[in-house]
Design a protein around this ligand. Structure first.
Ligand code: GRF
Length: 212
């Protein structure tokens, strides 16, 4: 694994963390379904190829995903990294890039798949929350887990304060997962089987915000 296309929809702080971590990953393009996404602007300022593909310009979900897949094919990336890409992908798209799509989700999956994860974590009263980097499979937020980062839920936390603490962990674990992929220490699989090579892959998988 050497190259990627990154898909975003908004602010792009995970994209930024991935680029600034200087992992050696070759980001061939940043694609956004939201033309006004701040992350797209940032990518262009860095000299990256930044391209908008507005989903509203396509008839339905399948038509958009076909256009998206064609755009991605033009860059021939090894993997597709979802970084705050707020669209549900069709099964056809996921099958086309089977075991080559990675996502970051702001909860400790399998807890809290879907949206508003921080509010739901607070409502559930969990004491530990976090983020997960996983392979994308047809079932939403359910694919094989590459890495997770955990944070405490503190008394007095609000959705915003918890989101901020989790986001700091997201910015560390996504680059870490990419490093492991680049080093061949983990290999993607769509069937729930992940190959891990070398020591430290599993034992590094729980990170706190204070870890170096
Ligand atoms: C992150 O919390 C990510 O986990 C979720 O959407 C948010 C995107 O943030 N999927 P950003 O655009 O990377 O700043």
């Amino acid at each position: 694994m050497r190259s990627a296309v990154v898909l975003i929809s908004g602010r792009g702080s995970n994209l930024r963390a991935l680029v600034e971590a200087r992992t050696g990953l070759e980001v061939r393009a940043v694609l956004s379904n939201q033309p006004e996404a701040a992350g797209l602007q940032w990518a262009r300022e860095q000299g990256l190829e930044g391209r908008a593909l507005d989903h509203r310009a396509h008839g339905d979900r399948s038509a958009f995903d076909e256009a998206l897949a064609a755009a991605i094919d033009g860059y021939a990336p090894d993997v597709i990294l979802l970084a705050g890409f707020m669209r549900i992908l069709t099964d056809a798209f996921i099958a086309r890039f089977a075991a080559r799509i990675v996502n970051i989700h702001p909860s400790l999956l399998p807890a809290f798949p879907g949206l508003r994860t921080h509010a739901r974590a607070l409502a559930a009263g969990v004491k530990v929350h976090g983020a997960t980097v996983h392979v994308v499979t047809p079932e939403l937020d359910s694919g094989p887990i590459l890495i997770q980062g955990a944070v405490p839920v503190l008394a007095g936390d609000t959705e915003a304060s918890l989101a901020e603490r989790v986001l700091a962990v997201e910015h560390r674990i996504y680059p870490q997962a990419v490093r492991w992929l680049l080093e061949g220490r983990i290999a993607l699989a769509s069937d729930g089987v992940l190959q891990a090579r070398g020591s430290g892959v599993g034992s590094d998988s729980m990170l706190s915000p204070r870890d170096p």
